[in-house]
Design a protein around this ligand. Structure first.
Ligand SMILES: [Zn+2]
Ligand SMILES: [Zn+2]
Length: 135
């Protein structure tokens, strides 16, 4: 599924191909700080080389992943695995949100207690997520 990512100020704009129409939420402690709560994202089919996108700033947030945002306006663009084998782009920064389905929530064991896990999504703890990537 072809789509486009753009930031608030317009400095970052690039085409993406989504793996499917699903979006997921990450409730991990790092995403809470980064995204003011949960991080809503869609999985990409192909890797994106963010160093080639002007104004996209790459922050290495852990040994397994990095976070990409617009250095001018701060818009969150993506989370990417250290080896670039997996990229999740911000669902909020997608140009076309038609037909997207809220399908998965990960790191549910780190979720902010203030809001419920009321949607009928696939739910995975942090341990389950790491097990999935290691398999
Ligand atoms: Zn921007
Ligand atoms: Zn997270």
């Amino acid at each position: 599924m072809k789509n486009k990512i753009s930031c608030l100020c317009g400095a970052c704009e690039f085409g993406v191909e989504l793996e499917n129409n699903e979006i997921g939420a990450c409730h991990c402690h790092m995403c809470q700080k980064w995204a003011a709560g949960l991080f809503m994202a869609a999985h990409l089919k192909n890797a994106v080389d963010f160093t080639s996108i002007k104004s996209a700033k790459v922050y290495v947030s852990s040994e397994w992943g990095r976070r990409i945002f617009c250095e001018n306006c701060g818009t969150i663009l993506a989370w990417q695995m250290a080896d670039a084998s997996f990229t999740a782009v911000s669902a909020g920064a997608l140009e076309n949100k038609d037909g997207l389905v809220y399908a998965e929530e990960i790191f549910v064991d780190e979720k902010v207690p203030a809001y419920p896990l009321a949607e009928s999504t696939r739910k995975k703890t942090g341990v389950e997520v790491f097990a999935q990537f290691e398999s």
